[in-house]
Design a protein around this ligand. Structure first.
Ligand code: SF4
Length: 438
């Protein structure tokens, strides 16, 4: 008789990119016969995939490590915070191992040392599309690692290195497998999606009967042929982004752009050293909307960046009112240790940051509410994320999972998770829509 399979408990913190790393580690371990445990208690080892981007994320990561130590005691730490092992070891000296981001092999080696695999890996079946932590109907697709930009508030390039793009054919093969396994929505992620392929000089690779370039437009077009919703995240406004908008108008990829702009004042953007050409953003957004009238833009902004004056902040508010972005997040600047931004100008006092964030959100809520109300009466395709006996929760094309709003759907005929149903929208608030399946 086989020995029982060793059990791993896994905590995945941070952004969608970290989630993709977690999925890769788990796919590897599952292939070797490890099983996933539901709780720390009783697992043979716990892996905590940490996020160390902001101080608040570090606190959350340290808390998760502390919980794992208390409930189990055999803990391996990986992920972004693992790039600063001393800080973690100081607090938790008895960890089994600490490895940095993208260090799949070191994590797997640490697991082998802590609890060797019990099975013959050939007997252990992993679904061919790998192990996914997201529900079966949507999946994150990571197209590159690292980043060539040097935004002054960010330490990701220090943690993850320069841009390394995957060959287009590799990405497409993974996407095809996911779609064959039932995935209905592919969420394209990276640190800088529109820079895809710059490091390989847009190298081609063989896909089906043709050569495909590792280039943002070419990849988006090919992904659009696979029959799933394709959603583009972390797209910076390089000039060639304009080429992708017609694909959205044709329905090949979703009319959705997740474009973290961070600010609108040219002087703040300069201090941030942001990539892309943000000077004429309003004009460009207008022209994108002419090409694709139902384009939804999601963005995030930082208020209280060092040296931000009241005038610069007002510039941002005015811009926001004119741009009328569908979905917006706003963060107060947090001084990340090691980020050059802390030295570019004087810090903005905490109470000013909080007040600016409040004013920003008030301004945006009025914009969002108006845009949301304009959807009342329309019939929208909605992908179902969760279904009860008479009501379900899903998302329109304009909403990404976890970060955007939901559509609450009443229905008569049963719907299942992953179905895409047409919903007549009956009411709206600033975040969510409510309607009936027709
Ligand atoms: S684009 Fe800027 S914020 Fe984004 S990962 Fe690169 S350096 Fe960081």
């Amino acid at each position: 008789m086989n020995a029982p399979a060793p059990k791993i408990s896994f905590v995945s913190l941070g952004c969608p990119k970290a989630l993709v790393d977690s999925e890769r580690i788990l796919t590897h371990l599952r292939a070797e016969g490890y099983e996933l445990a539901r709780k720390h208690d009783g697992a043979d080892v716990v892996i905590v995939n940490t996020c160390g981007f902001l101080d608040s994320a570090k606190v959350e990561s340290l808390q998760a490590i502390g919980d794992a130590m208390a409930e189990n005691g055999r803990v391996i730490v990986t992920g972004c915070m693992g790039a600063q092992p001393d800080e973690i070891r100081e607090k938790y000296p008895n960890l089994l191992a600490v490895t940095g981001p993208q260090a799949y092999e070191s994590v797997v080696a640490a697991v082998h040392e802590a609890v060797p695999p019990a099975h013959d890996p050939f007997l252990d079946l992993v679904p061919p599309q790998g192990v996914k932590l997201t529900p079966r109907h949507y999946a994150y697709l990571k197209i590159s690692e690292g980043c060539n930009n040097r935004c002054t508030f960010c330490i990701i390039p220090q943690l993850r290195g320069d841009l390394v793009s995957r060959p287009a054919a590799d990405v497409l093969r993974e996407a095809e497998k996911l779609v064959k396994a039932g995935v209905k929505e592919l969420l394209v992620v990276s640190q800088d999606t529109s820079a895809y392929g710059i490091d390989t000089r847009y190298a081609t690779s063989p896909w089906r009967d043709r050569e495909v370039r590792a280039r943002f437009y070419d990849l988006a077009k090919e992904l659009g042929e696979l029959g799933a919703w394709v959603r583009l995240h972390y797209v910076y406004p390089y000039p060639h982004v304009d080429e992708v908008i017609p694909l959205m108008a044709e329905g090949k990829v979703l009319p959705y752009l997740d474009m973290p702009l961070q600010h609108a004042s040219p002087t703040v953007l300069k201090r941030m050293r942001r990539p892309g050409n943000q000077e004429k953003m309003l004009e460009r957004i207008r022209s994108w909307r002419t090409t694709c009238p139902d384009l939804a833009i999601r963005s995030t902004f930082i208020v209280g960046f060092p040296g931000e004056t009241e005038e610069e902040f007002e510039e941002l508010l005015t811009w926001l009112k004119e741009a009328k972005l569908e979905r917006v997040g706003c963060f107060q600047y947090e001084p990340v240790r090691g980020a050059p931004a802390n030295a570019v100008a004087e810090a903005v006092p905490d109470e000013v940051k909080a007040e600016r964030q409040r004013r920003f959100m008030e301004t945006q809520q009025a914009v969002s509410l108006k845009l949301q109300k304009a959807k009342v009466g329309k019939r929208l395709p909605v992908i179902i994320d969760a279904a009860g006996p008479t009501v379900a929760k899903g998302r329109s094309k304009y909403d990404a999972p976890e970060i955007d709003g939901n559509v609450h759907v009443a229905f008569r005929r049963p719907v299942r998770v992953g179905d895409i149903v047409t919903v007549k929208i009956e009411s709206a608030d600033a975040y969510d829509l409510h309607g009936v399946a027709v």
